[in-house]
Design a protein around this ligand. Structure first.
Ligand SMILES: *[C@@H]1O[C@H](CO)[C@@H](O)[C@H](O)[C@H]1NC(C)=O
Ligand SMILES: *[C@@H]1O[C@H](CO)[C@@H](O)[C@H](O)[C@H]1NC(C)=O
Length: 241
């Protein structure tokens, strides 16, 4: 009897982990399933082999005031192109990545049902992002909330002022973690560690192995424990019957 349950348990948690390894979140522009997208645009091109974004989304990701979110990068003067390229990459990563499963959470928001939380970013990607934006300006620490949207685009709310980037975000960590309300987690891990997610890569997507690592080490234990408990109670129920 127990052999059967253990086999079943292994199967169930194995499939759940596999699902989490290759999936798209339930958000505004994501496909329902990942798959090849041969025409992904410019900075989103690295995801062509397997992506959660469509070609039109990837193209819009490169536009100012794109219709994806009507988000205005230039809310405190024109954002420099060296800074903006990181926001484009961040958008490609968010829209296209099929390997964010371990960090996807349900949310109660009008425009999406799921979000990412605490995705461990590689140090290099976070630090180059902050370094390239250092001379830009912004008025807010958290770009998800608190804008004035009355014009249809985000404008700095009353009482906030455009300040130097480094005054708003004193460190790379404060920027990467704060800007999208903890979507990212700052780490001191480097790209070669295989234990952090890369916004920038070429060739085969290195993030699949990273997601696999986190699924095997962190999520799996919680998952299998709860599966074990539910299967155990189920088996008790069946034995009693
Ligand atoms: C992209 O094109 C598809 C049709 O292929 C359409 O359903 C979708 O709304 C478009 N998305 C965006 C963001 O334009
Ligand atoms: C929002 O922006 C509009 C138009 O610029 C302005 O009239 C209004 O006072 C602003 N509201 C707040 C709360 O900042």
């Amino acid at each position: 009897m127990w052999c059967v349950w253990i086999l079943l348990l292994a199967l169930v948690s194995g499939t759940l982990a596999l699902d989490k390894l290759n999936m798209c979140m339930d958000a505004k522009h994501h496909k329902t399933e990942p798959g090849p997208e041969g025409k992904l645009y410019q900075q989103c091109a690295p995801w062509r082999d397997n992506a959660c974004c469509k070609a039109n989304t990837s193209e819009e990701a490169h536009a100012d005031d794109s219709y994806l979110y009507n988000f205005n990068w230039n809310h405190c003067g024109i954002m420099s192109s060296q800074c903006k390229k990181h926001f484009i990459q961040d958008t490609c990563f968010y829209e296209c990545s099929p390997h964010l499963g371990p960090w996807i959470q349900k949310v109660d928001q009008s425009w999406r049902k799921e979000r990412i939380l605490n995705v461990p970013l590689c140090k290099e990607d976070c630090e180059s992002w902050w370094n390239d934006c250092k001379n830009d300006m912004t008025c807010k620490e958290d770009w998800h909330y608190g804008w004035n949207w009355t014009t249809g685009h985000n404008v700095c709310p009353k009482g906030s002022f455009c300040r130097k980037w480094t005054d708003v975000f004193p460190t790379p960590k404060s920027m990467c973690e704060g800007i999208w309300s903890k979507s990212y987690l700052y780490t001191t891990l480097s790209k070669t560690s295989g234990h952090c997610m890369q916004l920038w890569f070429t060739g085969e997507n290195p993030n699949k192995k990273v997601a696999e690592y986190y699924l095997n080490h962190a999520t799996w234990q919680r998952l299998s424990l709860s599966t074990l408990l539910s299967l155990a109670s189920l088996s008790v129920g069946i034995v009693l019957l």
